[in-house]
Design a protein around this ligand. Structure first.
Ligand SMILES: Nc1ncnc2c1ncn2[C@@H]1O[C@H](COP(=O)(O)OP(=O)(O)OP(=O)(O)O)[C@@H](O)[C@H]1O
Length: 331
């Protein structure tokens, strides 16, 4: 029987005047792999951050196994939700094993004094933790590299290590933010197998990814965010066949487009402003030239944006998201 693991209700996140996520309802059931897709800037990571307590949603609630979660990352992890990040976040100068042991801290009972005095209780707990961490390293295929520094692992293995560390907190739900970003096809395929194996261990998975083949192969259900709103949700077949999804990715407007009302408002305001200025200064010379240059500007800006966007995708490897965590990056 499937039961809801995660239930987000009416989640909205605003940054000043910008609504990045708008009234999103979302459920992940036990045993499911669910995909969250959408064009750049659709609000996917913001929504993840609301689920994991990094952001306090402006409105709405997030519940895990029926209990509303406090918006605090460590309490969310303790409750049973773990995540990886778009930009890899490992302790670069720690070993592979140590990175996984850090992930276990929410599941160990030994306190600070016990750790400092290294009493028998602490040593026993430490042994158990190490055995569990090694099991996870076997699971992701990194056991042989237990003593390597995280920073020396190849990129694909750093991603695996992040997943092992997330699993170390023994979650019931794992959130993966672009797990195959920067991977070659073989690594992507291996990640797909790994996610299936995680699900088979009884952990539900929610994954954000831009690689559509990966998503549609992997997921039992896919939700599409566009401009902060959930546009479509269904099986891979349903989502792939929905013309609104294709239009959203191609940037074409469609009926009921979440941005349509706003665009109409802006157009109406611009038209009103133009007709006011026409009435105010009907005989001014140079109006035509000014309006020509005005119309030229947006397309110049667009092409600048297009160039900026086409010069690679640096965000995934070097930029840190501002999360307030104290973790170091491996790169
Ligand atoms: N901390 C923040 N402060 C202000 N605006 C933000 C913040 N984080 C995200 N945004 C804005 O919210 C919107 C959604 O961004 P978000 O990163 O969630 O999108 P995304 O779907 O994850 O995009 P991508 O696929 O490119 O990672 C964007 O317009 C972004 O600029």
């Amino acid at each position: 029987m499937t039961t809801p693991v995660l239930e987000a209700r009416d989640v909205t996140m605003r940054f000043g005047g910008l609504t990045a996520v708008r009234s999103v309802d979302f459920t992940v059931n036990s045993g499911e792999i669910v995909g969250l897709i959408g064009p750049n800037g659709a609000g996917k990571t913001t929504f993840f951050n609301c689920l994991t307590g990094l952001y306090v949603p402006t409105e709405g609630t997030v519940a895990y196994q029926g209990r509303v979660l406090p918006p605090k990352p460590h309490l969310v992890t303790q409750a049973g939700i773990a995540r990886t990040f778009q930009n890899i976040r490992l302790f670069a100068n720690m070993t592979v094993l140590e990175n996984v042991l850090v992930g276990r801290h929410t599941r160990t009972k030994e306190g600070l004094w016990s750790a400092l005095l290294r009493g028998p209780g602490f040593r026993k707990a430490e042994k158990e933790s190490e055995a569990k961490a090694m099991e996870l390293l076997e699971f992701v295929g990194l056991a042989a590299k237990r003593d390597h520094l995280a920073r020396n692992l190849p990129y694909g293995e750093q991603r695996k290590l992040e997943i092992a560390r997330a699993l170390a907190s023994e979650p019931g739900l794992l959130l993966l933010d672009e797990p195959t970003a920067g991977m070659n096809p073989q690594e992507t395929r291996a990640t797909e197998e790994l996610v299936f194996a995680i699900r088979d261990k009884g952990v539900a998975v929610l994954v954000i990814e831009h690689d559509m083949r990966f998503i549609f192969n992997l997921c039992d259900r896919v939700a599409v965010l566009v401009q902060g709103e959930k546009l479509v949700e269904g099986t891979s077949e349903v989502v792939q066949a929905d013309e609104r999804v294709v239009a959203a990715y191609l940037g074409e407007p469609f009926e009921g487009d979440p941005g349509e009302a706003e665009a109409a408002e802006v157009e109406a305001a611009e038209a009103a402003a133009a007709s006011e200025s026409d009435t105010a200064a009907p005989s001014e010379t140079g109006t035509a030239a000014a309006s020509e240059s005005d119309t030229a500007t947006p397309s110049e800006t667009e092409s600048e944006t297009a160039v900026a966007e086409s010069t690679g995708d640096p965000e995934d490897t070097t930029d840190a998201e501002s999360t307030g965590t104290t973790e170091g990056e491996a790169q």
